[in-house]
Design a protein around this ligand. Structure first.
Ligand code: AMP
Length: 418
């Protein structure tokens, strides 16, 4: 038997109602905040990710699903969405019509990480990206919207961590200080961090290896090295979040190790996911549009881990499999043919219906209706049919109604809409 690929998973029919519930909530919320949906492809040129995520990262070094196309191009299944959205912003010259663009996208990402709970090789993200706005108010609004997403989904116990990464003006000084500091701790650093000390010392700050964590516990904070513009930007974001009642922690270890990432960076953490505590992450990438060949335009965005969000959804929202409005239980060949047509008419009229065509007994039909969580069962036997009647049973209240089969769809609608 052929099984699925390790680290990949099926999202089964009983699970999809929860996915759809989240998707619906996301779409409504983001559109209320002025975002429009974009759907980039999942396959891009490898070069796009090398340049945007950076060669010195775990993703590019060892996690991408890359392959050579038949014409020799190197292609990659996207490990994240921001690069594609930026490419699209540039390629379609969206900035010419209006540099300010607010977009969101929902879809699968691919990273060849070691599979474990909360970490898959195909996982899903919800992304929001804003282009063309430098004001710290957009940073605050994005974080506010993200926190609001969790409250709309009744997810509690999340923490916002926030830091600033400075800008190409003030970061080099910090990187130098940090490299000097790390050089003294070199024996504690893992192989990757040791190797990256010179070029990319900031990666060590968020390395998960315990000895690296220990090494950086006393590392200098970048907040002490910010230039005055970056400091006032960070303060303005913090002030607005405070004013809007969004609690956050300043976290000096929160970094993105690439030069394109600037200023505000943030993560949403939860205590409910064990080792994989980050459920969303984001920040400014004011240099990326230009680095990928576009005009100099500021940008900021975030990615929510869909699979992890599902894990922390409260139990009451986990079982939202609504079931059909009408389960049609017809007994006898003639009734089945008649009832088949009624069931079709019900579906066409927008009343969800399911007719059982397996010829089971009434007892097992009722069991199946229960299992499917049907709201009502329409029972039609040969005797009822002769009288031109059918029975509609409300599965919750157990009330039964005798209805005429003449104009049956309307008769049913009148009862279920009471
Ligand atoms: P990143 O793009 O690495 O900043 O990740 C953003 C969010 O995506 C994280 O906070 C996680 O919630 C989620 N995520 C990242 N990698 C995985 C993975 N392999 N499996 C499941 N979720 C992931």
């Amino acid at each position: 038997m052929i099984q699925l690929v390790r680290g990949f998973k099926d999202i089964l029919p009983e699970e999809t109602p929860r996915w759809q519930h989240i998707e619906k909530t996301v779409r409504t919320l983001f559109e209320d905040f002025g975002f429009r949906e974009i759907r980039p492809p999942i396959l891009e040129k490898t070069e796009l990710f090398k340049r945007s995520i950076g060669e010195d990262t775990d993703i590019v070094e060892k996690e991408m699903y890359s392959f050579e196309d038949r014409n020799g191009d190197s292609l990659t299944l996207r490990p994240e969405a921001t690069a594609s959205v930026v490419r699209s912003y540039i390629q379609h010259k969206m900035y010419a019509a209006d540099p300010v663009q607010k977009m969101y996208t929902i879809g699968p990402m691919f990273r060849r990480e070691r599979p474990q709970k909360g970490r898959y090789r195909q996982f899903y993200q919800i992304n929001a990206e804003v282009f063309g706005i430098e004001s710290p108010l957009i940073d605050a609004q994005l974080i506010f919207m993200l926190v609001n997403l969790f409250s709309r989904l009744s997810v509690t116990g999340i923490r916002v961590h926030m830091n600033s990464l400075g800008c190409p003006g003030c970061r080099p000084d910090f990187k130098k200080n940090l490299s000097d500091f790390l050089a003294l701790k070199k024996q504690l650093l893992c192989e990757n961090c040791g190797r990256r000390i010179g070029r990319n010392p900031m990666r060590a700050l968020d390395c998960k290896v315990p000895s690296c964590r220990e090494a950086v516990s006393e590392a200098p904070s970048i907040l002490h090295s910010l230039c005055s513009n970056c400091r006032s930007h960070f303060e303005a974001v913090s002030r607005m979040l405070e004013q809007q009642g969004v609690g956050f922690e300043v976290d000096k270890r929160l970094v993105r190790g690439l030069d394109y990432y600037t200023r505000t960076t943030f993560e949403i953490q939860t205590g409910e996911l064990g080792a994989q505590s980050a459920v969303a992450g984001g920040g400014r990438y004011d240099g990326l549009v230009e680095a990928l060949g576009g005009p100099s335009q500021p940008a900021i965005g975030f990615a929510v881990g869909f699979d992890r969000l599902l894990e922390i959804l409260p139990a009451k929202d986990k079982n939202r499999d609504a079931g059909p409005e009408i389960f049609v239980a017809a007994l006898g060949d003639e009734s089945v043919i008649k009832a088949y047509l009624w069931a079709t008419d019900l579906s066409v009229a927008g009343i969800s219906s399911e007719i059982d065509l397996t010829g089971r007994s009434l007892k097992s039909l009722m069991k199946r209706a229960d299992r499917l969580n049907a709201a009502h069962v329409l029972i039609v036997g040969e005797d009822e049919l002769k009288k031109g009647e059918a029975i509609l049973r409300n599965m919750k209240t157990k009330e039964q109604y005798l209805i005429s089969v003449n104009g049956i769809v309307e008769n049913i609608r009148n009862i279920i809409c009471q």
